[in-house]
Design a protein around this ligand. Structure first.
Ligand SMILES: Cc1ncc(COP(=O)(O)O)c(C=O)c1O
Length: 419
């Protein structure tokens, strides 16, 4: 837990808005998940949740692999120390260049989301003179996954529909350059019910068994997805990670008894769970005002820095966890909106939240901001500075990514004569 006085010091030193990540909390989440799943199950970190290079380095240093969804994320993973042999490439709309890059780098497993993509990958692999292992991403029929953002069990751009898989499998099993050797299912994100995660994993195991027996050969990998959630507000109960992880480990052990799965690598993906609660988004109060009876606390960070905090994207519509630091902390509570500096009513970080009345210059700390904060935000809107990030290492040392001018992100244009 990072103390208020440390948060104040960092805010002074590095400016606000600022992200602060607690390295000890990240390390604990990684080791806990890894240990609960046991040796037979590999955890891969979904870089998209927080691609900060030092955060990635810390996580990969705990023995996790990486799940990447773009060439950029692959570059981050490799720079953070991932071995290509521990990297999974996922994500829809992979371009030819993405596929060539994944093949060329020797990425361990490439997910394909459609038969078209499998054909393109086959082409890229043959071009490179390589043979790559492919995981078919399957969109299962099973709908009730408990995910707060559901990505399967319904019409979806992701993966191949389960019911359409079996008839066409034979047509694609002997494409050159690729070997259908794995299965991947991702039900969705932010699941808080361990029983649902176990049930989802059982469905994946059933699909994996059916696929291996249809192909008539062992599978090299089974990717159970994950979707481990964290509460968005105090109104929710946290996921029982021990129950979920032990349940997955049990299912893997059962699968291992099948001859086709003796040497299979079992995979679980996790982004949010590993980094969300370790992160804080710290803003400074610029104004406190009342308009027609409604209170507004106006801070220097907005949804362009932390889109995930927007009530529009919060699934429970409840108040986020907020800490106030400063002179106003002793004052009485009031109900207020906390809004950012954008010239749009969308720029609301908390609606109707009950907090102590802050004073101008105080800090508002949004808890649970370590996942999908900076990485999911439209940083260029209104050209404010890009917030800095501080990773507080378990040793007490700091890794600092300083705030940047948005003009530095715009790049330099090239003029090209077209006539
Ligand atoms: C295929 C896939 N894997 C993993 C993740 C990471 O999910 P989470 O951060 O909930 O662990 C996502 C998130 O969208 C995803 O689409």
């Amino acid at each position: 837990m990072i103390s208020n006085s440390h948060i104040q010091q960092y805010a002074e030193r590095f400016g606000t808005p600022l992200y602060i990540y607690d390295g000890a909390a990240i390390e604990t989440a990684c080791t806990q998940l890894r240990d609960l799943l046991g040796e037979g199950v590999e955890t891969v970190y979904s870089i998209k949740a927080n691609p900060n290079l030092d955060v990635c380095r810390l996580i990969l240093g705990q023995g996790l692999g990486a799940e990447v969804a773009s060439a950029g994320e692959l570059a981050i993973a490799l720079r953070a120390g991932a071995l290509a042999s521990r990297v999974i490439a996922a994500g829809p709309a992979k371009s030819k260049d993405d596929l060539r890059g994944y093949v060329g780098r020797g990425v361990w497993l490439i997910n394909v989301e459609s038969w078209n993509e499998l054909e393109r990958l086959s082409h890229a692999a043959r071009e490179a003179g390589r043979r790559v292992v492919v995981a078919l991403r399957i969109n299962p029929l099973h709908a009730d996954s408990g995910a707060r953002i559901r990505m399967s069990g319904k019409a979806s751009p992701f993966g191949i529909d389960e019911e359409a898989l079996w008839d066409r499998l034979g047509d694609y099993d002997d494409l050159g350059g690729v070997e259908i050797g794995a299965i991947s299912v991702y039900f969705g994100t932010a699941i808080l019910d361990a029983a649902r995660i176990i049930e989802n994993s059982r469905k994946v195991a059933d699909l994996a068994r059916r696929l291996a027996h249809r192909l008539g050969r062992p599978l090299q990998a089974v990717n159970f997805g994950g979707g481990f959630g964290v509460p968005f507000s105090d109104a929710e109960e946290p996921l029982d990670i021990e129950q979920a992880a032990r349940g997955i480990a049990r299912i893997c052990a059962e699968l291992r008894a099948d001859n086709f799965f003796r040497t299979t690598r079992f995979i679980v993906e996790s982004g949010r769970y590993l980094v969300a609660t370790a992160g804080r988004f710290v803003c400074r109060v610029q104004d406190v005002k009342v308009s027609r009876g409604r209170h507004f606390v106006i801070v220097d960070g907005g949804i362009h820095h932390n889109l995930a905090a927007s009530p529009l994207l919060r699934f429970d519509r409840k108040s986020p966890r907020i800490r106030l630091i400063g002179r106003g902390h002793e004052s009485s509570e009031f109900t207020t909106d906390i809004v950012g500096p954008l010239c749009t009513t969308l720029d609301c970080l908390a609606r109707d939240v009950r907090v102590r009345r802050p004073e101008i210059g105080d800090l508002v700390v949004f808890e649970n901001a370590g996942a999908y904060g900076l990485s999911m935000s439209p940083l260029l809107f209104l050209s404010h500075d890009v917030p800095g990030e501080v990773l507080v290492m378990p040793s007490g040392g700091l890794f600092i990514r300083r705030r940047r001018k948005s003009v530095d992100l715009l790049g330099i244009s090239d003029f090209v004569e077209t006539t």
